[in-house]
Every structure is written in C-alpha cells, then in structure tokens.
Design a protein around this ligand. Structure first.
Ligand SMILES: [Zn+2]
Length: 346
C-alpha cells in the first residue's frame, strides 16, 4: 500500500535584519519543505527508465556537516532506539557514498563527513549544528506526514541557511501504528537526503527492483515487521555529486551553489540502490546460505534416491538366484540333439 507525500514549497519572508546592509546581505529565500504522507494510493507503475531527480537548489559550504538529534525522552510514544536509527541512517549515507564512488567515480564526495551528536549527551561537540533532528508523536491526518524537513536557501547564492530542521513522527498519521526501527531508519534516510539538497525522485522503484529512497512516498507499510532497509540510489548519488561538485576544488567552496536542477542518470550508471559493502556482503552470504540449503536439499533427495535404488538392488539380488536357476535350467536343459550323420560334403 502506497503512501503519497505532499510537498509544499512555501516562500517565507526573510528574517528581519538589524541593519539595511545585513538585510540586503541576508536576503533569504525561505523554502519550507513539507514532506507529508497521506493514505492516497501511490502510483508504483512509473517506468524506471527516464527517472529524474531535482535538487533543492542549495548546498552546504563546509564538507563537515553537523547534526544534533534531540530525543523525545520520557515521552510515552518515543522509543529510545529511534535516536540510534536516525544516527545510523546518517552514517549509512557515508557508507553508500563509498560504495557509489568506488563504482562510478566522483571521489570528492568522500570529503563529506557527517558529525552526529545527541542533545543532552554530547551536543557540545557539534557546536551550532547545521541540521537539527527532532521527533513528534504524529503529524496527524491533516498534514498526513511521516517526516518533514524545512530548509532555507540564501537567495542568489544557493547556500543553505543554518539550521535545517527535520521532524520525524513516531506514529503514522492516524496515530495508530508506531514506526518500527526500520521505518524510522528509512524516513530519516529520506529526510537526510533533503537536508543534503535533494528533492523527490520521479519514480518509486529503481531498475534493480529496490525502492527509490527519494521518492515522495514511503513505499512500505508503516509498522510491518518485514519492511526492509532502503538505501540512496545511484540517481540520488549522481545528483549529490553535482550539488557538491565544488568539493573537487582543493580550496573548498567559493562563489555560488547550483540552482535547482533536474538530473537523470547518464549512460554507464545503472539505476539501483547503493547498499554499503557490509550489507552487500550480507546479501551475498544470505544467497550463499540459500544456495547451501538448496545443495543440502538436493543432496538429501539424491541420498534418498540412492538408498531406494540400493534397497531395490538388494531385493533384486535376492530374487536373482531363482531366476538364474530357471534360466540355467533352460540353458542346461537337454542339449539339442546334434545330428551327426555320415554325410559329408567332402
Ligand atoms: Zn520527501
């Protein structure tokens, strides 16, 4: 069952500056992104060919991006493990970047580093964070969302304005089904994609049959224990490599970021999810184990058939002497009379 997310881009007034100069310099284009989920059926019938993803039109200018997670501790609806889920969702982006750059280049993306802190634990390490992550019980059926990321982009420079704020719901919009750790992980991964500068991809399923992380709706049913971890796609990574192409410059960011641009994969990059190596190995091990199980089943069946053949053989062998006798009787029976006559051709 699909859930579509509504995205609203609201242009907000720039924050009031104290001086005219500051006002001019800080003329901000406010972009409010509302990632919401309703229970409208999402179309899963998009053809993956021609998949596109627009960017938000903003970039961070320091490759070290800091994130502070504020757990909703002591709230009855909050699970302590959500903090871990969000932290892992963020660090896993870096792992996917490693796997992607190994395959398709854009090595400079590895300069991106994500420093996560937990409020009340070690948030002083993060100073003034670029991104703040907080939790809410439910967005409610009106906004119908699972996650929301609001960000602002400095006008004409394409630079994100601190802070970007991500809000994650613990319950679905009907406030009846609680997110599993996998759900929380997936929603946090999606929202972090927005915080990095990606908008929504146009397809829900990649060419390899996996979910497109940046599709506007969550492709899995909230609360289902069989849900799987999603990963950024090669399309997401390709767009990201364009947002952060300034990283190739040793002196870092200068000038302006790129305007919002729609990207599609160039030939040579297969469209699929980019799982970290550890998970690729796990998938491989799982398939090897599956293969082992199948070999074991074949071996057991073969052994059974061999045993049956052996038993039949023994039974036949026990019967054989009788048969052999009767046969030998036939053979040993009175020899056909050989007529020896005195008649010769000589
Ligand atoms: Zn979204």
């Amino acid at each position: 069952m699909g859930k579509s997310l509504q995205t609203t881009h609201n242009t907000t007034a720039p924050s009031s500056g104290k001086s005219g100069l500051a006002l001019r310099m800080l003329f901000l284009l406010g972009i409010l992104l509302v990632m919401t989920t309703s229970f409208n059926p999402a179309s899963n019938t998009h053809a993956a060919t021609g998949a596109e993803i627009p960017t938000e039109g903003g970039t961070w200018t320091n490759p070290a991006i800091s994130i502070v997670i504020t757990p909703a501790s002591n709230m009855p609806w909050f699970e302590a493990s959500y903090t871990y889920d969000v932290n892992y969702a963020i660090t896993r982006w870096a792992k996917s970047i490693i796997a992607y750059t190994d395959a398709y280049g854009s090595y400079y993306l590895r300069k991106l580093s994500f420093v996560t802190c937990v409020s009340g634990v070690n948030d002083t390490l993060c100073g003034t964070p670029d991104i703040r992550v907080q939790f809410i019980q439910s967005f409610g059926s009106e906004s119908a969302g699972l996650g929301l990321t609001s960000l602002r982009i400095q006008q004409n420079s394409g630079i994100f304005v601190i802070p970007t704020t991500t809000t994650l719901a613990a319950y679905d919009p009907t406030n009846t089904t609680q997110l599993t750790d996998t759900d929380m992980f997936n929603i946090a991964s999606h929202e972090f994609g927005h915080a990095l500068g990606l908008n929504h991809a146009t397809v829900s399923i990649a060419d390899d049959g996996t979910f497109e992380l940046m599709f506007l709706s969550y492709g899995q049913a909230v609360g289902n224990p069989r849900n799987s971890l999603e990963a950024p796609s090669t399309l997401d990574m390709y767009a990201l490599s364009n947002v952060y192409d300034w990283l190739v410059n040793p002196s870092g960011f200068s000038g302006t970021g790129h305007f919002a641009t729609v990207y599609s994969l160039p030939p040579g990059i297969a469209y699929g999810s980019v799982y970290p190596y550890s998970e690729q190995i796990q998938t491989l091990q799982d398939s090897i184990n599956q293969l082992r199980l199948e070999i074991l089943i074949v071996a057991v069946v073969a052994g059974f058939l061999l045993a049956v053949a052996l038993v039949l053989g023994i039974l036949l062998a026990r019967k054989k002497p009788d048969q052999a006798q009767s046969v030998s009787w036939l053979i040993v029976g009175p020899p056909a009379p050989v007529e020896v006559c005195g008649y010769s051709e000589k």
